[in-house]
Design a protein around this ligand. Sequence first.
Ligand code: KIV
Length: 281
Amino acid sequence: MKNTVNTLLEMKRNGEKISQITCYDYTTARLVEASDINMILVGDSLGMTMQGYKDTLPVTLDEMIIYGRSVQRACEDTFVVVDMPFMSYQASPEQALMSAGRIMKETGASAVKLEGGKEVCPQIRAITAAGIPVVAHIGMTPQSVHAMGGFKVQGKGEANARRVFEDALAVQEAGAFAVTLECVPPLLSEAITKKLDIITIGIGASKECDAQVLVYQDMLGMSPRTPKFVKTFANIGEMMTQAFNEYDKEVKSQAFPTAEHTFVKSDCSKEFLDELMEEYK
Ligand code: KIV
């Protein structure tokens, strides 16, 4: 079934949970498309997972478009959201609209995501007014890592909980159809999910959220460190290193390649090659 804004909102209304995973390349996107997962996020976390930066700040709009386009090429039914990177929307609603427009035109994705609460509502209004679906992102917002003093749980204590709650209401009012709640305590996430008509997507939040998202390298045991909220669903990282070592061993011992992996049938004769060698002596 093709996932759209309407089918996803219908799932929330019916109390059905929604799954989302990050993805950044065509090969992995094909595997996600073959699964039952509803949504892909081409997250700017690719700055860390694919590019090796220590945070997401260096990622550019052009880079997001390259990764987003590669993912979208593999997706028919999976709903693809592309992140708006740092400084591609903060300056003004006009800047946000132009950046979101480029993402939609050049990747073929179905929605964009941006970080922030009340302060980015003018941007959300401008983008949604142009017919582009928006996912908001509140709580721990990685693009503000320096302002937050690190990757820390947000919404602790009543004043902070009120701020996150009001941010959730504000982004809904501005027109977002979903909001990611990152590192927000469970009771607060649950209260926000009950209050909102739009979809809440939890990461380090609560199972009561309408949807969950994880970074795929984290849940497949491919990351050097995994945050507390991650569950390892398979140890693909270990399997890959094991396979690389087996390949290395077989190359060096000449166990690989065998006749089975070469084009023996179309080979030329030994006599011809002897003559060739002679000619080029
Ligand atoms: O960039 C990203 O992958 C994200 C998720 C962690 C929600 O924003």
